[in-house]
Design a protein around this ligand. Sequence first.
Ligand code: UD1
Length: 418
Amino acid sequence: MTKLVVTGGRELSGEVRISAAKNAVLPIIAAALAGRTPSVIEEVPRLVDVLTLADVLRQLGVGAEFAGDNLVIDPQKITSCEAPYEHVRRMRASFLVMGPLLAREGWARIALPGGCAIGSRPIDLHLKGFEALGAEIIHGHGFIEARARNGLHGANIYLDFPSVGATENIIMAAVLADGHTVLENPAQEPEIIDLANFLNNMGAKVRGAGTDTIRIEGVGVLKGVNYTVIPDRVEAGTYMVAVAMAGGEVRLTNVLPEHMKPVTAKLREVGVTVAEDIDNVLVKSDRRLLAVDIKTLPYPGFPTDMQAQFMAMLSVASGVSSVQETVFENRFMHVDELRKFGASILVEGRVAKVFGVNRLAGARVKATDLRAGAAMVLAGMVADGETEVDYVHHIDRGYDRLVEKLCRIGGQIRRTGG
Ligand code: UD1
């Protein structure tokens, strides 16, 4: 089985280029389905999640091939509107094809989604949105079908919770609906703005993405476009934490500092120096880290996708930190793994108290989900001796060449067993 072997104790220095955001690339690939002509998504990292979605598209009869680093999506001949279980179980975001399929073809049947095991992760908000737009929803055995025989029509939709996926799916369905849609309390993540920009380049009329009200005027047809996706703020945040923990000085390029604000603010509180430029950040740390309190929230709050990495860092900070997870109900699986390094963490419901210790000891641990996997690598980089990280497939879902990038700035990590 593939493992990562991490040797702790190396300071980091140099430069890392951040890749395109996984969480923006995925909905944008799905949105390209809604076009009548091919789209070219530029500099797409070959993440397992991206390859999985490309498989789903091919299953629908849609071309999805790399040309160098660009992903070319040719949706001219959709031959199927069904995404089968063997694809969807590998990645929950496969469900994002439902909105564009419904909009363009009038129906879609998607197996029930899988993905990271972090809570029950329902899809009720996606479905309520489709129903409001006039779709009939059928719950089958292991699949969901949506039909809009007479097309979709604009509607007023209020989301009970600003779900990222539901916001994206509803936008993708509404862009081709007949009339005006108002989506209130949508997610405001930068990835939502990027999706809206992509759709608007295709000819859609989406206004207000990134605010608490999104207005969509349906259009008759969308065309394919060339598009460059925003940088990955979670990948950038992960490297920022790596520098904070390991010490040293690293410049991250292809970063939008504006998107990093919630993470940067907390890192400064921890004692890390972060200097921002237009599209890069310089991170410096002397490894003297202070405890802080964190509460995950929808954007612009502190991102749940950085919670595990921060917990690894706070395990070696001076003092007691509190980490509260409010977005997902079961996102503390990394706690047991961090304890194997000697971290001192007490969980009560959705709050983890982290009692900083002076040293971590190398351990054999598992990547329990994507971001938790990154947290294991980070802990291993400062632990005494060697750490073995198992279940690496979780990390490969969402980090572009993690080992190569960390080694280039001085980390000592190798992949074994395949
Ligand atoms: C996206 C991101 C993921 C990130 C998450 C929260 C992608 C591909 N993934 O996931 O990395 O951790 O946003 O920032 O972009 N919920 C419902 N009903 C629904 C949908 C969601 O109750 O219909 C709940 C979920 O159970 C969860 C919360 O809303 O507790 C947030 O989920 P959501 O924002 O939808 O996350 P994803 O889009 O799945």
